[in-house]
Design a protein around this ligand. Structure first.
Ligand code: ZN
Length: 329
């Protein structure tokens, strides 16, 4: 198979603080010998664990990029033992377009793993991360939020894994992140996800959903900034004590946590994020968008818990995820 064409403009193992790019050749109309320039920082001091930190896996989620450009600027090699590799905008073309997927190839980074060295731009980035960066990492943090179409209560999460030692290490790191909520996350379909690639390589993995709606708030960014430093301290990379506050433990035991719309229409939320919900409660009503004089359709929770996620735009289509109800542990 072809070699991956991405090259790093900085050494990935040099001591000190280094800021550069992953350069991906991308020939196109406005630049025959052009490149996609993906920002990367490497901070290293001595021998120790390596943390790989990524934001912008989806291009319309902002807590990760903000927390990671801030960390890249402020983290000094003298504060750490080991190495921190920072990619604030993993799917860089999507990030620059403010869209979930890449405007070049419509690639959804979190459905493109393990990628291909001779594939699309998105697949090449995925392959590089999978084969050149991930094998060097001991602990991995990948920031997500809801993007333009979902909103979440702020949580860090781990998945149920076959390897229970690995799962326990992930849960410990996720708990150290110390978001207001800590979730055992059930994925709708984990094929092609970065999460799955990271976990299959046996790494300690923290993922998040911190807000959404295609923007960020002072509150949500503070959660991301604190969380990533806590994880570096937990991993023994960053000196200092973790900053810890109470966290609510959440679980998604099965697919009854998801509520999908079977209607197109106008959403009337009946609950807000974080509100308690009983099984059978109406979460939202969906009104016909095209006429008056017809009643709305009630969408009810199949579980008791809290409203952990909701569809963000005011209009919804059949098949969209309307809500997620998580169980408080
Ligand atoms: Zn995402």
């Amino acid at each position: 198979m072809a070699a991956n064409p991405i090259t790093a403009t900085i050494a990935l193992d040099a001591a000190g603080e280094h800021h550069g790019f992953l350069r991906l050749p991308y020939s196109r109309d406005d630049s025959a010998w052009g490149s996609v320039m993906i920002p990367i920082s490497v901070i290293r001091n001595g021998d120790g664990p390596t943390a790989l930190l990524t934001g912008g896996n989806h291009g319309d989620e902002y807590e990760g990029p903000v927390a990671l450009v801030d960390l890249a600027l402020t983290l000094k090699a003298s504060e750490i033992t080991g190495r921190v590799i920072i990619l604030p905008a993993f799917n860089y073309p999507a990030f620059r377009a403010g869209s979930r997927t890449s405007p070049i190839d419509r690639g959804n980074m979190n459905r493109s793993f393990p990628g291909r060295p001779d594939g699309t731009v998105t697949e090449k980035i995925a392959d590089y991360v999978n084969t050149a960066l991930l094998p060097q990492a001991d602990i991995v943090v990948d920031f997500h939020s809801g993007g333009k179409t979902l909103d979440f209560v702020p949580f860090a999460s781990a998945h149920v894994l076959d390897n229970k030692d690995q799962q326990a290490a992930c849960v410990a790191a996720v708990t150290a992140f110390n978001a207001p909520y800590t979730m055992m996350l059930l994925e709708i379909d984990n094929v092609g996800m970065y999460d799955t690639a990271v976990e299959e390589q046996g790494k300690v993995f923290v993922t998040t959903e911190i807000g959404g709606g295609g923007s960020a708030t002072a509150h949500s960014i503070a959660i991301a900034k604190k969380g990533v430093r806590n994880v570096l301290k937990h991993a023994g990379i960053l000196k200092g004590d973790m900053e810890l506050a109470p966290t609510t433990m959440l679980d998604m035991p099965d697919n009854d946590c998801f509520v999908f719309s079977e209607d197109d229409g106008l959403i009337e939320p009946m609950l807000d994020l974080g509100n308690p919900v009983e099984q059978g409660d109406v979460i939202a009503r969906i009104w016909p968008a095209d006429r008056t004089g017809r009643p709305p359709v009630d969408y009810r929770s199949k579980r008791s818990g809290i409203l952990a996620s909701r569809h963000f735009p005011g209009l919804i289509k059949a098949g969209d995820c309307l809500a997620v109800v998580a169980v408080v542990v």
